[in-house]
Design a binder for this molecule. Structure first.
Ligand SMILES: [Zn+2]
Length: 203
């Protein structure tokens, strides 16, 4: 991986942009702290990565520690989200197969806190979240929900144009029926929201 190191002088704040961003680090923001003596820490903050280092570090130490912390964070990400990568790969395949590859999500992730929805999509930042309640369900159901959210990247509303995008997926009706049956059987169908009037609907 190549990186451009813009700032490295002690007492300054460094901001590093990944030239080839293979690790998903995004922009790396290096913050120097006078209160820190030896400890270095790093965390993800939205699309960027923040690395906190002692103010007295030399540019060499900074480079070395930033690289070390990024390696550690990537390993941690892999441990924590082994299945998000598989989910994203599945989404890429479905987009290719049914949407001519036009839907390109920035991220696809499993979420545990999405009780009222099977999936959701934020077109503004192209992120897709899939409820972990779908994990044990048949793969054609998960594929349908993924494709549904991918289609929202191209068509935000549930109009005729939206459903036309899903036409080439042959199991749409079967998957909607499965989700409808599941919702009714579990009795956890939210009644107030109009979008949930059809229990097979994903958002
Ligand atoms: Zn929808």
């Amino acid at each position: 991986m190549q990186r451009r190191w813009d700032v490295g002088a002690p007492g300054t704040r460094g901001r590093y942009r990944a030239v080839v961003d293979q690790g998903g680090d995004g922009e790396v923001d290096v913050r120097r702290s006078h209160r820190r003596r030896r400890t270095v820490s790093a965390y993800r903050e939205g699309q960027r990565t923040v690395v906190l280092i002692p103010a007295r570090f030399t540019p060499e130490q900074e480079r070395e520690w930033v690289a070390t912390m990024l390696t550690r964070l990537r390993a941690k990400d892999r441990r924590r989200r082994p299945n998000d990568a598989a989910l994203a790969a599945r989404a890429a395949l479905l987009s290719q197969r049914h949407l001519a590859g036009r839907a390109r999500p920035a991220s696809v992730a499993w979420v545990d806190n999405q009780q009222a929805r099977w999936g959701s999509c934020t077109p503004a930042d192209a992120t897709i979240r899939i409820s972990s309640r779908l994990r044990p369900m048949p793969s054609y159901v998960l594929d349908y929900v993924l494709l549904h959210e991918l289609a929202h990247l191209l068509q935000p509303s549930h109009g005729a144009k939206f459903w036309a995008l899903l036409e080439s997926y042959p199991l749409t009706e079967r998957a909607r029926g499965f989700l409808q049956g599941y919702s009714l059987a579990c009795g956890d169908l939210p009644a107030e929201e109009p979008e949930h009037a059809d229990p097979g609907t994903v958002h």
